[in-house]
Design a protein around this ligand. Structure first.
Ligand code: ADE
Length: 237
């Protein structure tokens, strides 16, 4: 999986890409992340990447020419998504991460200031994605969030290929509670069923806890998933 990130601030990505699982995934060539400085594609001598908005108003707008040149330089075909990070986009979720993880290559465009020239969005962008109903100073943090969420679904990136399958949201519901040693900590005990060695009972307990948590915190998610008869039974126990 190759990510190409167009940004005015490539240095913002260094910590995230240079650490932990994303760093290892790059070392192992499971993912490849290039940050491209849009300013390098500015044509004038001041390397200007933004300008005043036509019609007036506050703030600056990112100019079309450097972004067009930067994306044309990537020589992408029809099938490569060009994702613009914006609070006006479709809200990112696990299903989108899963779908994007099936692609071989993704281009992420980070906006700044008051936004980018509309012609970029009309002609180059294939997807507009938001990470939530709040406004950040730019698209860099959202781009990092996409790279992280998508990469961990790429085969081999997590220690075991199955670990993301247990995630909250993967099956459309929240995750069950996890415990590790010690068995008793400051008088707080690990639920005894987890020590029982009875895998069927453990699975049923975990499913119940996950369903209960989802019901209390995110009942909206249960409208989307089809609960099995067993789930309905577990919930009414
Ligand atoms: N840029 C600024 N705010 C954003 C958000 N909430 N999601 C995606 N991109 C953004």
């Amino acid at each position: 999986m190759k990510f190409e990130i167009l940004t005015l601030f490539p240095e913002m990505f260094e910590g995230v890409l240079g650490s932990s699982i994303l760093n290892k995934a790059q070392e192992r060539d499971l993912i490849n992340v290039d940050t491209i400085n849009i300013r390098d594609y500015a044509t004038d001598k001041h390397k200007q990447a933004d300008d005043y908005p036509y019609g007036g108003g506050a703030g600056m707008v990112m100019k079309p020419e450097p972004i067009f040149r930067a994306i044309e330089d990537l020589s992408i075909g029809e099938n490569v998504p060009v994702i613009f990070l914006t609070p006006q986009g479709k809200t990112f979720n696990q299903k989108m991460a899963k779908d994007f993880a099936k692609k071989e290559r993704l281009v992420l465009l980070c906006g700044h200031y008051e936004g980018v020239d509309q012609r970029v969005r009309d002609e180059l962008v294939t997807h507009e994605v938001s990470i939530g109903d709040f406004v950040l100073t730019g698209g860099e943090l959202p781009a990092m969030i996409l790279v992280d969420a998508i990469s961990r679904m790429v085969s081999g990136v997590l220690g075991s290929d199955e670990s993301y399958i247990e995630d909250s949201f993967y099956h459309g519901i929240l995750d069950y509670p996890q415990y590790t040693r010690p068995q008793e900590f400051r008088g707080l005990e690990v639920p005894s069923i987890l020590l029982s060695g009875n895998h069927a009972k453990i699975a049923r307990w975990r499913r119940k806890e996950a369903l209960k948590k989802t019901l209390v915190r995110r009942a909206d998610l249960l409208e989307e998933v089809k609960l099995s008869l067993e789930d309905q039974e577990i919930l009414t126990e």
